[in-house]
Design a protein around this ligand. Sequence first.
Ligand code: HAM
Length: 427
Amino acid sequence: MAINIQAIRGMHDLLPDRIGLWQRLEDETRRVLESYGYSEIRTPLVEVTDLFKRSIGEVTDIVEKEMYSFPDSNGDSLSLRPEGTASCVRAAIEHGLLDQPRRLWYRGPMYRHERPQKGRYRQFHQIGVEVFGLEGPDIDQEVLFLTQRIWRTLGLEGLRLEVNSLGEAEERSAYRVELVAYLEAHHAHLDDDSRRRLLTNPLRVLDAKNPELREVIAGAPVLLDHLGEASRRHFEAFCAGLDDAGIPYQINPRLVRGLDYYNRTVFEWITDDLGAQGTVCAGGRYDGLVAQLGGRPTAAVGFAMGLERLVALLENGKANGLPSPPPLDAYLVAVGAAAQAAAPGLAELLRDAIPDLRLQCHCGGGSFKSQFKKADRSGARFALVLGEEELKRGILGVKPLRGDGEQRDLSHEELESFLLAARQDGP
Ligand code: HAM
């Protein structure tokens, strides 16, 4: 007996009835990114596993538990990319893009073997930005202004911005000693996960989701108090820029991020409308990563937004600014063997004559009635009718499908002018 094969758990098909929203989200976002002078980069979905281990960090959930890794036929370990930053840095070094400041953006699927739940998937999509070669707080502000403008363009409201500074590696080391001493003193109150993290990556204990740890975490020393002069000034200037721009934010000293490459500025945009998986966009500075992966020391900052979560917000009615996709201009109905044979060629002539004409040609035969039903369902503005009679006379019937209006007979030239004029009048 044949077994139905289904999509892998946590990986979803995007069906035609929902794709319009995705496309509009992607188009609008791309428009904003391009208007800020960002250029698109596309990198492979698969990279050598070491790239992610060396950038995201060996002792992170992503690398320890969530990567889809497999041996290549020559024995190399490869992984599906769990995020885009590491690949961008690899590509920028490999192709010598770091000789001048670069503003890059990317879009595509990412893979993490997490426990699927609402808002958390094993294949999910990000649009991300990575900026190289600029070290001042002005570019940190720019990437935040950019996200803010994307929300405005999409009509998304009610997102909260949390920011923090993780300082520099030496500042974190000094802080880590104090944090470990504090957490060891509260060892009895920690859960198994936090005890393990205490030994491997103690800052991540601050990120623990277990509500029973809330009190211990609230009493922990704060990294912001351990920043050196330069880091502190960078953070203050960054926050001042947000103040000047009137962007509300909250400083969250417990915001540590789940990837190891960050330093100084980190941030997350969060919604309260999606339950536990409320972070729709996250990022920060990672000035050490390029050198860590073998490039010349190069400052860097970026973010990525989760498209599934943004689409969920848009579907929740949190969007008011997205334009609707344009309907079809016309649906060509062809009845009778000769008309059916002539219709695809005629449709091509019309497409040649009218740039961007949105025309669907009926295929598969059927009666007038059934074809008209399909024409109506297609959302097209006009049905173009081609039967034996029209074919013989070199004309087409044109019937408005939205609102009233009689069917009219038009020659092919008249039809072209008619469709062009209708286009100008709008739907
Ligand atoms: P991240 O915080 O791991 O950062 O992911 C960024 C966003 O991707 C999250 O805020 C969320 O919206 C979405 N996301 C992550 N995992 C899932 C999942 N399993 N299902 C659905 N959505 C998810 C990064 O990936 C960094 N590379 C961001 C960055 C770029 N930092 C600097 N440059």
